[in-house]
Ligand binder design. Structure first.
Ligand SMILES: Cc1ncc(COP(=O)(O)O)c(C=O)c1O
Length: 400
């Protein structure tokens, strides 16, 4: 991660093909587009790659979440169980749909803890929106069983986990719908982009229409299309899709590099007695975009994170203090600071976001540091990184 590190002739070729036709719109213009359908081709190749029935490419991962929630019929009055560790977009998407996010704890997978779901359940719960954070997976089999037993819709925010899998099945394909992001810093980037995947033809049909003002995309005469529902514009341009298409074709190579880098780092850091790694339910399916490890105490993790940066180990994140990814700093979300009025149910029934008891999540996130795995590192850079990390981290395990 991220895919922009390996832009090359492949991306330029795809983009130039679009520029040569002048058709930046993903629909129509059949006579002049010289048979280039970048968004459509991306959708076909991604669906095939991850074994999903359908894919709809859209303008961002955030858009994908809004589309997915709409397609699953989640809206005002509904509650959606979410984790407190995610990018804020997950929560914003639920609120923008008029639904109420209800937080459950994470476990040492850094994703929703199946054991914590029951506590978050109310008669209004409609869906569980699991987030596969930092390239690896939740205990998705347990979460899926829970949803089935309780009659809930399982949705996956796999925005950070393209290419990850659990026992051979790709992340994003366990739920009724899965969402991916192809923003500027993701493993596969379109510059800006996202998609939903599903096996359900009805969900796909609604998603495809909702993302384009409700157009049903039947036939090539845009003026003659039907509109079964209202929608918005979450369309991707052909230029963004073209970049993503070239990137998608490099996914296997990217995963191979990330996994090799991560394995080498992890093997070396295992030599530090007591250093714990994030729990990964299926190591083979880890997309390996991040290496996450836990220190014995929150105060030590905060300090170690600063020392790693000072020692030149770039790309380390102490999420606990970060205002995008962990609930503690989400004042705008916890205060439900919306520019415009939201459905009353969001105010009448929502949990008290200022006083949530997420002690288990705090305990884990307070101790966790994640390091981004870069594609461009060479062998010497990795060796140097190992030396620097070992020098910083080892003393923490003598002290306690
Ligand atoms: C877990 C998660 N969900 C949703 C998103 C939103 O994706 P985008 O930036 O494409 O809108 C992101 C982006 O970082 C993310 O990490």
């Amino acid at each position: 991660m991220p895919g922009f590190e390996i832009f090359g002739d492949e991306e330029r070729k795809e983009v130039n093909e679009v520029l040569e036709t002048g058709v930046l719109f993903r629909y129509g213009f059949d006579q002049v587009r010289n048979n280039h359908w970048k968004a459509r081709t991306f959708e076909k190749e991604l669906a095939e790659k991850i074994g999903s029935g359908y894919c709809h490419l859209c303008s961002s991962g955030t858009a994908a979440l809004s589309i997915a929630l709409a397609a699953c019929g989640v809206g005002a009055g509904d509650e959606v169980i979410v984790p407190p560790f995610t990018f804020v977009a997950t929560i914003e998407g639920v609120m923008a749909a008029g639904a109420v996010p209800v937080f459950a704890d994470i476990d040492e997978t850094l994703c929703l803890d199946p054991e914590s779901l029951e506590k978050a359940l109310t008669p209004r719960t409609k869906a569980v929106l699991v987030v596969h954070m930092c390239g690896s997976m939740a205990l998705i089999d347990h979460i899926s069983d829970f949803c089935e037993k309780k009659g809930l819709i399982l949705m996956e925010d796999a925005c950070q986990a393209l290419g990850g899998s659990f026992h051979g099945k790709f992340l994003g394909t366990f739920g009724k719908v899965g969402c991916f992001s192809f923003d500027a810093v993701k493993t596969v980037t379109c510059g800006e982009g996202g998609c939903i995947v599903t096996d359900d033809p009805k969900i796909y049909e609604i998603a495809d229409a909702y993302a384009d003002h409700g157009h049903d995309h039947v036939g090539s005469d845009r003026g003659a299309e039907g509109h079964m529902i209202m929608g918005l514009n979450f369309r991707i341009s052909e230029l963004n899709a073209a970049v993503g298409l070239a990137q998608l074709r490099k996914l296997d190579r990217m995963l191979e590099i990330q996994r090799a880098h991560k394995t080498r780092l992890k093997e070396a850091l295992r030599q530090i007695p007591g250093l714990l790694f994030r729990k990964i339910p299926d190591e083979k399916g880890d997309s390996a975009t991040f290496l996450s490890f836990l220190l014995p105490k929150a105060s030590l993790a905060a300090k170690a994170s600063g020392e790693l940066s000072a020692a030149g180990v770039d790309g380390c994140f102490y999420w606990y203090d970060n205002n995008w990814h962990y609930i503690r700093q989400w004042d705008h979300i916890r205060g439900v600071k919306s520019a415009a009025p939201l459905p009353l149910t969001l105010f009448e029934t929502r949990p008290d976001y200022q006083n949530l008891n997420l002690a288990q999540s705090d305990g884990i996130m307070g101790r966790t540091i994640s390091m981004l795995i870069k594609l461009s590192w060479n062998s010497e850079e990795i060796a140097q990184r190992i030396d620097r990390m070992t020098a910083v981290l080892r003393p923490y395990f003598y002290r306690c």
